[in-house]
Design a protein around this ligand. Sequence first.
Ligand SMILES: [Zn+2]
Ligand SMILES: [Zn+2]
Length: 180
Amino acid sequence: MLGLTRSAAAPTSQSCRQCGALQPNGAVTFCRRCGIPYGSAPSVEAHLPSCPICYVTVDDAGLLASLAGSSRRLPIADHLVEHERHPVGDDEWLDTLRVGDRIRVGDGWAPFDLVRRYLVTGLVDAGRGRRVQHDAIIMAMSQVARWGTGDIDVFADQDDWRAARLAVTRLMERYHRNRN
Ligand SMILES: [Zn+2]
Ligand SMILES: [Zn+2]
């Protein structure tokens, strides 16, 4: 994990561009975890962090686009603070469907992280050795991601697969309903 704190950062505070950690005080100039100065670009060998909310990875300078409509680029800690005013979807509602690390979608269940990533990015990352062939919800997400919702009824398959695609489509629409 990145050890990020979402709300503690004032927009002007320095943070590590490699791991997102905030500078504890002005006397500490290097991130202890990464060994680079606060406010400088990540080392070239570093595994660059991604935003845990919108999944965008920082650029080589350790910066992400501002969500506030300007062309500024921000350290990940400041970008996270912006998400409080610029959410990617209705995560409060999504959490009501969550039980542990699973989420209920229609009549089925799927891994919460995988579903949320799909809702935000439109992509299904079903790798990592999961046995996904028999999971109706993940299959439905893969089909909707690949073919969209318009042509989804061309599949002459079982009713429960069709129902799963409908449930996934409704989840996507509801999650983004209040998007600003
Ligand atoms: Zn760091
Ligand atoms: Zn983000």
